[in-house]
Design a protein around this ligand. Structure first.
Ligand SMILES: C[S@@+](CC[C@H](N)C(=O)[O-])C[C@H]1O[C@@H](n2cnc3c(N)ncnc32)[C@H](O)[C@@H]1O
Length: 429
């Protein structure tokens, strides 16, 4: 039987040599050459969602007022006064189920285009238009936005949850930026190896899940039972466990050159010529400048990048407050924070290799790197270190095929600040 990577799967676990963790592909498939990300193995959103006929981003809209309150807070945090959207033109790329669009539509933009290339998304949105949840003025466009063309420019361009995961995310974002009118706003999302480290660790359960069943629905059930306790941490979660595991555990992509994240620095670098930073969620940028000192050449993007590196450890664990890190002096140690970033990237690369080869052989490397990472964190992050230590115990059991809900203990409550939001303003010159 060939899996999605074209590798032969075996049906049983191999006994281990001392010190070796586990290999779950037959020796005939073992790669002796170092693993390189293969562009032909990259799977984009559109391909994965279309293949499985899923759109795993459904929000719980039973309490619409709460949904609207959350979106209202997000927009305000991004520096967008919700009422100011009335009569404006908006284009949203990758609206998914359109649940977030229901809020944007209720602000009564004059023009609202929704562009998605996934049949399941298109039918979910069409259903909302037919049932009055989205206005009939919304224009639904079936297109791969890498190829989409349109002469118009819009006051607001939304690309939420759909840029990291493209093969060349910076190029795609730049392309979508062309649809923004000068002086208009673009909202996008970012993620980094640091903000996703906790999820990266969870993804390491994938080979064992894939070995337990090759049936997609069964894999969803196994992963949902494995991570149910983890997701219970988010009492305010608005997504089903099944959607979350589909999107985060069963879907993997490796961008060109193995780049599977698109961080705030990546976004700013990609857009630097044409856009300037406006705001972010979470907010981390403190700007104490007197406005009269800022002339036409506002270096805001460079200032944001400086603050980003100071803020970085707070991306690793959503329980950690930036102020606490600052108080511990961590923000001053930018070299250490760059090391933290580097280690997280290394772990992500090994994760990709473990998933691509379905072999737990490199698991020890991950555990050594986590140990090094723990030593770089300030004492205030002891909960994070406890989470990493319990992960190291639990993942060895998972790698041995013990897929009952594991005693992951403190790992269950370790979550990073996975996805961040950015708002950017398009330069007028
Ligand atoms: C993870 S979902 C995000 C949905 C929603 N924006 C949210 O944040 O909940 C990504 C969406 O982008 C769409 N998408 C991704 N890449 C695309 C592409 N190249 N062309 C068109 N749609 C794409 C997918 O079909 C999906 O609906």
């Amino acid at each position: 039987m060939l899996d999605q990577y074209g590798m032969q799967r075996i049906q049983a676990f191999y006994p281990l040599r001392k010190g070796q963790l586990m290999t779950i592909h037959p020796s005939s498939c073992m790669k002796t050459t170092p693993w390189q990300p293969d562009p032909d193995h990259t799977v984009s959103f559109l391909e994965f969602y279309a293949k499985q006929n899923v759109i795993p981003v459904k929000q719980d809209l039973t309490d619409l007022a709460r949904h609207f309150a959350r979106r209202d807070y997000l927009y305000r945090t991004l520096g967008l006064v919700p009422q100011f959207l009335r009569g404006r033109s908006v284009i949203e790329f990758g609206p998914g189920t359109g649940d977030n669009a229901v809020y944007t539509n209720h602000l009564q933009p004059g023009l609202y285009h929704l562009v998605d290339g996934n049949p399941a998304s298109l039918s979910a949105i069409r259903h909302k238009i037919d049932h009055g949840q989205l206005s009939r003025n919304c224009t639904l466009i079936n297109a791969n936005f890498i190829e989409y063309e349109c002469d118009q420019q819009f006051d607001l361009v939304i690309c939420e949850g759909c840029i990291p995961g493209q093969r060349v995310p910076g190029e795609v974002l730049k392309r979508l930026g062309r649809f923004c009118a000068p002086g208009g706003m673009l909202i996008t999302t970012t993620s980094s190896a640091v903000s996703y480290l906790a999820e990266t660790c969870r993804q390491l359960c994938y080979p064992a899940i894939a070995m337990a069943s090759s049936n997609f629905d069964e894999q969803v059930n196994i992963a949902a039972s494995l991570f149910g306790k983890h997701l219970a941490f988010f009492q305010c979660s608005t997504r089903s466990i099944e959607d979350w595991v589909t999107d985060n555990i069963l879907f993997h992509w490796y961008g060109v050159n193995g780049a599977d994240f698109f961080s705030i620095p990546d976004a700013l670098h990609a857009m630097d010529d044409a856009f300037r930073f406006h705001a972010s969620s979470p907010r981390f940028f403190r700007d104490l400048r007197w406005y009269k000192t800022v002339d036409g050449n506002d270096p805001v993007n460079a200032l944001v990048l400086e603050e980003y590196w100071a803020f970085l450890p707070a991306l690793l664990d959503c329980r950690v407050d930036k102020e606490v890190i600052v108080a511990n002096g961590q923000s001053a140690d930018l070299a250490k924070n760059r090391q933290i970033d580097h280690i997280c990237q290394e772990i992500s690369t090994i994760r990709s290799r473990i998933i691509a080869t379905l072999s737990y052989d490199p698991l020890d490397e991950v555990i050594v790197l986590l140990d090094q990472l723990g030593r770089l964190l300030p004492p205030v992050m002891r909960q994070t270190c406890a989470g990493m230590a319990d992960f190291a115990v639990g993942i060895r059991q998972v790698a041995e095929g013990r897929l009952q809900p594991q005693p992951f203990n403190a790992f269950c409550n370790w979550w990073g600040r996975g996805q961040q939001y950015l708002s950017l303003i398009k330069n007028t010159h």
